[in-house]
Design a protein around this ligand. Structure first.
Ligand SMILES: [Zn+2]
Ligand SMILES: [Zn+2]
Length: 255
């Protein structure tokens, strides 16, 4: 399977997933239609489906335009019927998604929204606005408990899983992470590497799940350094995983 990254709007990423045996393709989270159609044409692929991770407009804004002159399958969580334009294939945890000869799985990962899903094709994880490179999505509709559960589900995937998220936020996420865990060497070197890439306008997505486990503060509720940093501001903070996660999320909301 080939993955083609398409930068859209200010900092969104859509992805073309191409089955190289049949030339069939699906697009993940098209914010806009035109650039996706252009890219599909350049790549000479046959666009068959839209896979939406959640209902936000910056992930579904291109659905209508793509459906205007052609019929495509549209996937999204079943609870997002009425919120995802053109939904034809309502899915839930464990469902299969087939593109040509490539088969992917749906993971239900609520928290950012109540109907958020990820699509896993082999070692490629398309996780929308749930897990970001070095960050996680805001809790617009879900609870810290839900988001923590969803992130734990993603962390159980193999370390070499590639994390394809919905936005280019890595540098600012790492700047925040550095305030909580400045003595984490892997974090420091990732921050330097990412600053270098961004100064040249290079994409920092995908990362690997291993890198996220080592440096993403939203997955590091067990880090003593992060716990100590949080305690400085909130001495009464409980140190169970959900409380630590919720506290990091709250700090990031106002960073
Ligand atoms: Zn979103
Ligand atoms: Zn988004």
């Amino acid at each position: 399977m080939k993955v083609v990254q398409i930068p859209l709007l200010r900092d969104n990423y859509a992805y073309l997933l191409v089955c190289q045996t049949t030339n069939s393709a699906a697009v993940i989270d098209p914010s806009e239609a035109e650039p996706v159609l252009r890219r599909a044409e350049q790549e000479k692929v046959d666009l068959k489906a839209i896979l939406n991770t959640h209902h936000h407009r910056d992930h579904t804004g291109g659905n209508e335009g793509l459906l205007a002159n052609r019929s495509l399958e549209v996937y999204g969580h079943k609870s997002d019927e009425g919120r995802i334009p053109g939904l034809t294939h309502p899915v839930e945890e464990g469902d299969d998604v087939v593109i040509g000869e490539e088969k992917g799985k749906v993971l239900f990962i609520p928290g950012h929204t109540t109907g958020h899903v990820a699509y896993l094709f082999g070692s490629n994880l398309f996780c929308g606005d749930t897990l970001f490179t070095a960050g996680c999505g805001r809790l617009f509709e879900g609870t810290p408990e839900q988001m923590h559960e969803s992130l734990k589900k993603l962390m159980a995937l193999p370390d070499n899983t590639k994390v394809y998220c919905g936005h280019e936020y890595t540098e600012s996420n790492l700047r925040f992470a550095m305030t909580l865990e400045p003595r984490n060497h892997k974090l420091v070197s990732r921050f330097e590497r990412v600053q270098g890439l961004r100064s040249r306008g290079v994409s920092t997505v995908p990362s690997t799940l291993e890198e996220e486990k080592q440096t993403n503060p939203f997955l590091r509720w067990d880090s003593k350094e992060i716990q100590t940093s949080l305690k400085t501001n909130a001495p009464g903070l409980r140190l169970d995983p959900v409380s630590v996660f919720a506290s990091v999320r709250k700090l990031k909301d106002s960073f």
